[in-house]
Design a protein around this ligand. Sequence first.
Ligand code: ADP
Ligand code: MG
Length: 279
Amino acid sequence: MKVTYLLVHVLSVSSLKGGVGKTTVSLGLASAAFAKGVRTLVVDLDPQSDVSTGMDIALAGRLNVADVLASPKEKTVRQAIAPSGWTKSHAGTIDVLIGSPSAINFDGPHPSIRDIWKLEEALAHVEDDYDLVLIDCAPSLNALTRTAWAASDRVVVVTEPGLFSVAAADRALRAIEEIRRGLSPRLQPLGIVVNRVRSQSMEHQFRIKELRDMFGPLVLSPQLPERTSLQQAQGAAKPLHIWPGDSAQEMAANFDQLLDRVLRTGRVGEYADTASATR
Ligand SMILES: Nc1ncnc2c1ncn2[C@@H]1O[C@H](COP(=O)(O)OP(=O)(O)O)[C@@H](O)[C@H]1O
Ligand SMILES: [Mg+2]
């Protein structure tokens, strides 16, 4: 069945620090998109390359994102893209632009305008092959994040419900606004994903209220609870949506809702709804 949908073409998953759940959100959204039959490319822009690992990529004979940033030609881009091993579980288009520790060489604090547009230039060669592009960003505001944002329609900011989360989210939103005004009018924040929430924790509930008071509807629902099933699926390099157990299914449903929000705010597109076709 063909379904007409609103699609955000390119979404950056960002935060100013590491370890808050960018890769977890990228993998969760990718898994939701794969389950729904949305043709998806995940760009691994973090030098730690965790999203490439979590999506079970065979690296042999491939180029990677550092080669692409050095030379964003179509041939290079296509050689740096590999299908995810997730397609062993069911058919679909879920590819990865492979990450590399060498990407760190492209993360200087003062990128030129040409450097900033490199990823946009690279993605322009392949974007018609996909309905959705997710970029797992590096944890800084340096060149890699700027090139990601310049290539994006929307950014989600990931944060944990902690002492500094309001300040960190505020800094990220201001930086997005700066890029929108100076460089890329199409860029907008999709919102803030609050991750690793413990519902019993008074401290967490207080921090979430603080975020809501400050950012209102930019604080996205649902917030993501802390669940070991996420780590298990990631460790096995499997999509969350096929991981057994209630906890994995609860998280999969959370990512389905977040993906719907992503798709609702984008451009018009069409994809084959393989999920409902196989139901
Ligand atoms: N909601 C969650 N529940 C349980 N573990 C989580 C959750 N979010 C992230 N983690 C774990 O925390 C670690 C850091 O998360 P990760 O997504 O890699 O952060 P980042 O990409 O921002 O550095 C990983 O081991 C991940 O599995
Ligand atoms: Mg990461």
